[in-house]
Design a protein. Structure first.
Length: 637
């Protein structure tokens, strides 16, 4: 998020150089870079309240005293008789609407504050109402959306439902809405993909004189991922997904009115607010001793009070109430973090870290053997985030201060993570999925229980070689695999995962196995990898987002001694686009002692979608150098 330094200083009583501001932002946990007069700040997902000039200034106010000199409309607002129906109040519990009518839509020159926003931040103007909406999102962090009332009627509905419809956004992009989406409709026509982007059919223009301004709070879980799903670059979605202030709507819309009044003559104002549940702020016990214990740093009660007050926390009767815009406060750990940010972690005296000795225990050795065994059999190890959004209410362990508030439970199984890994690979045209993960899992009954488990998932071809290419991975494959280490499995130990609930069109069957690692204790395997220097083997390979394409060649060989030469030549062929090559078919005619070998060549670029001409040129080169070998030909050429 890019913030103009001068705009930030307007909300701070004490002026400070831009370098000092930058350092204080780092102290508060906001990584940033300075580019001239612009501070480019990296805001963590749990601090959506800082996605604005005002939000960042509030945080800096603990050092420089936050002041809010913005002006708002103070007059009475007539009740707006809007015919609004909310069919999904859980997804949109708070929403307000403002009707504004103006006499004339002024030209391109705006009043000082609004005009300076476009000049200082290199932003293009669109039209008066849209420009004010964008400016307020930058200033206050609350997105608003403007509808041209001459293009819709004043009967609006909000839904969260399954839709299958084409929708043209206000940026002239046509998208196909599928599945469950939050939408606003008028006359049974979609006018807004809620929390993401409005529609072309109801958008404002330079001729708009009657406008309906919507100001809402959406449940972040209801809209998260929609901008990515539909490939829409949306600043509004970025803010809504992280949570906005649910009780600030009238304040925002009064600010909206004031800015309009500085740029046009207003002839009519009407306002209505809808609240479908009572807002309950987070309220915690005030316990300085607990906070001191968490930080390992002695704190005076008065110091704690001063810091929390400066951050707009309210303290009364030994209770702390978090501001309505702070969606990341849940526990004493969060309060301790607030205080630590202000003190500065460098100022908190470190304590001696207990020494932990690592040894090659039998458990570590068993895990090492299992990993090597699976890798030798064509499996790839994956390492996933240990937290999940899925809760087993009876046994899930809840993390007080998660890095991501949407994933606050420790995993109780590995299956869902491995399914996501599989889908990721299938979307990139991998047709043989053999993956595993070994991880600690936790659950709680009377106390927290811990176990280490192996999760294994397979789908597609058994392998990329002539023996396994035409065979599918199945339950029998898993059972025979573990027979190699004398571990007995029954068919009921391996479950088949239903694909009907997954976002995929691939039909390959999926099989999953989860075993406590202790059950594989003391397995006997041929440890052929024990002398490998793995530090020399690990290399990063970029995952391409572009599609791959494949070509097959069938070689006819009259002299078996040439097979090894052909295989070596093909295996060592080097081209940046050639990502993989393997022998998928081998046939021997024992009557005349000839052979047919089928090779598959897979091509992919990390920068663009390959054209047929690019691949054909490479294939022609491969054909030339391989058919130059005596005794080798390609049938049909």
């Amino acid at each position: 998020m890019k913030i103009n330094y001068d705009n930030l200083c307007e909300f701070l009583e004490k002026n400070a150089p831009i370098d000092e501001i930058s350092n204080k932002l780092f102290q508060l946990g906001h990584e940033n870079e300075i580019d001239g007069n612009i501070i480019d700040v990296d805001i963590t997902p749990n601090r959506g309240d800082c996605l604005s000039v005002k939000g960042l200034a509030r945080d800096l106010g603990v050092f420089y005293n936050f002041i809010d000199n913005t002006k708002s409309y103070k007059g009475d607002l007539k009740k707006y008789d809007l015919k609004f129906i909310n069919k999904s109040p859980d997804d949109c519990p708070y929403v307000s609407f403002l009707k504004i009518e103006i006499k004339e839509n002024q030209g391109e020159n705006y009043s000082d504050n609004l005009e300076n926003y476009f000049k200082n931040n290199d932003v293009n103007k669109i039209n008066l109402f849209t420009d004010i909406s964008n400016y307020l999102a930058y200033e206050c962090g609350q997105p608003t959306h403007c509808y041209d009332l001459d293009k819709i009627n004043e009967e609006i509905e909000f839904h969260c439902q399954k839709v299958d419809s084409e929708f043209e956004t206000l940026l002239d992009k046509k998208i196909s809405l599928t599945g469950e989406n939050c939408i606003f409709t008028s006359n049974n026509e979609i006018i807004n993909l809620a929390g993401v982007m409005g529609g072309k059919n109801s958008s404002c223009s330079n001729n708009t004189k009657r406008v309906l301004v919507e100001c809402a709070y959406f449940n972040p879980k209801s809209i998260i991922g929609k901008s990515l799903e539909y490939d829409l670059k949306s600043d509004a979605a970025h803010k809504f997904e992280r949570g906005v202030d649910p009780i600030i709507h009238e304040e925002i819309l009064r600010r909206f009115i004031y800015i309009v009044s500085q740029n046009a003559e207003i002839t009519n104002l009407e306002f209505v607010n809808y609240s479908y549940k009572k807002f309950e702020p987070v309220c915690l016990d005030f316990d300085p001793n607990k906070i001191s214990s968490i930080l390992g740093h002695p704190l005076e009660e008065e110091d704690c009070l001063n810091i929390l007050n400066s951050l707009n926390f309210k303290i009364s009767n030994n209770k702390i109430t978090a501001p309505s815009y702070r969606h990341d406060i849940f526990s004493q750990n969060d309060l301790a973090e607030e205080i630590a940010r202000v003190i500065g972690y460098d100022e908190i005296e470190s304590i001696e870290i207990p020494k932990i000795s690592f040894n090659n225990s039998s458990e570590n050795n068993d895990e090492y053997k299992v990993k090597n065994f699976l890798v030798e059999n064509g499996f790839n190890e994956v390492i996933n985030f240990p937290f999940s959004s899925i809760s087993n209410s009876k046994s899930s362990v809840i993390v007080d201060n998660p890095l991501d508030s949407s994933k606050k439970y420790l995993r109780t199984e590995l299956k869902d993570s491995l399914i996501e890994n599989m889908l990721f690979n299938e979307r990139r045209q991998n047709d043989s999925i053999k993956i595993f993960e070994i991880s600690d899992l936790y659950d709680v009954e009377n106390e927290v229980n811990y176990s280490k488990k192996l999760g294994l998932l397979i789908s597609g071809r058994q392998g990329h070689n002539y023996k396994e290419f035409s065979k599918k991975l199945d339950i029998e494959y898993v059972i025979s695999l573990f027979k190699k280490i004398n571990y007995s499995l029954n068919e009921e130990n391996v479950i088949q995962i239903d694909r009907s609930n997954l976002d995929t069109k691939i039909k390959n069957k999926i099989f999953y196995l989860e075993i406590p690692l202790i059950d594989l204790k003391n397995i006997e395997v041929d440890d052929t990898r024990q002398n490998i220097d793995f530090s020399q083997c690990i290399q990063f390979q970029e995952v391409s987002e572009y599609p791959s394409t494949s070509r097959d060649l069938s070689f006819f060989i009259t002299d078996s001694s040439k097979i090894e030469n052909l295989h070596r030549l093909i295996s060592n062929y080097n081209n940046g686009y050639l990502k993989n090559v393997f022998l998928f078919d081998l046939y021997e005619n024992k009557d005349d002692e000839t052979f047919k070998l089928g090779y598959r060549f897979i091509f992919q670029s990390n920068k663009t979608t390959l054209k047929d001409a690019d691949v054909d040129e490479i294939m022609q080169n491969i054909i030339t150098i391989t058919t130059d070998l005596d005794g080798i030909s390609i049938p049909g050429l």
